[in-house]
Ligand binder design. Sequence first.
Ligand SMILES: O=P(O)(O)O[C@H]1O[C@H](CO)[C@@H](O)[C@H]1O
Ligand SMILES: O=c1cc[nH]c(=O)[nH]1
Length: 291
Amino acid sequence: MKPIADSELIINPDGSAFHLHIKPEQLAGKVILVGDPGRVETVAGFFDEVLHRGDNREFVWSTGSYKGVLFTVISTGIGTDNIDIVLNELDALVNVDFATRLPKEDHRSLEIVRIGTSGSLQADIPSDSWVLSEKAVGFDGLLNFYAGRDGISDLGFEQAFISHSGWKANLTKPYVVKADSTLISRLKSDKVYPGATISAPGFYGPQGRVIRLGLAMPDINERITAFRYGEQRICNYEMECSAIYGLSALLGHKAVTVCVIIANRLAGNYSKDYKKQVTLLIEYVLDSLAK
Ligand SMILES: O=P(O)(O)O[C@H]1O[C@H](CO)[C@@H](O)[C@H]1O
Ligand SMILES: O=c1cc[nH]c(=O)[nH]1
């Protein structure tokens, strides 16, 4: 096998991954992803001890122990284009030998949990509640660039959603990927609402928000709220989960997302203090994974 070329996997002179600035030995097997770089310090604030930390652009990270278990927390910034960078570099850090530039013989699987913020699309899921994303519906199109996309997408759900929503032909085809079942069972409790989550390629038009511009599909949010696939319904909008699930499934990692609802789109309201809920959710996730 030929080594992966310098142009394809860029390794910095200090031996760290190009964007993340993490070296292979600095990454823990349990990874917390957050959008907001400021949230990294909130997670690291729970660590008993911080062993490594660094930052580059929007990618701020810290590795430390919580109740004796090692975690790395990394900020991804906003959007699935950043997730393409984060997931590919995380996978390279564990599954490519940076010295030989060859894939390793033994595959390592990371446990990845995204702790995010989100907008509810269901009347009974209020602001300040928590949603556990059993499935992600990608409006972003990232996974369509990768081979094997149809093998991991729930094609029945995908087709039912396209028909129900009146999806426009000039938009990227939605894809639907499930979370890892072991991580779902670790995080499931009466504290979280389980359901499907849409990852949108924008906060405004792609989530049906109108400020001054009209929408290509004016009734999209009403259609999403009413959509059912068997017992499943779509609970919320955010902007990263689909690509995390899709790339994790293709690369052989375990992933799940749990978000604080900061706005209820039907009620038109916004949380008074969502950061308090985010801090409570971080502790809940760390405790669930450290057991
Ligand atoms: O709070 P984070 O984790 O960034 O998540 C949500 O918030 C951002 C938009 O405000 C998007 O990244 C969305 O996914
Ligand atoms: O409505 C919301 C709230 C947070 N993040 C999103 O992407 N959408």
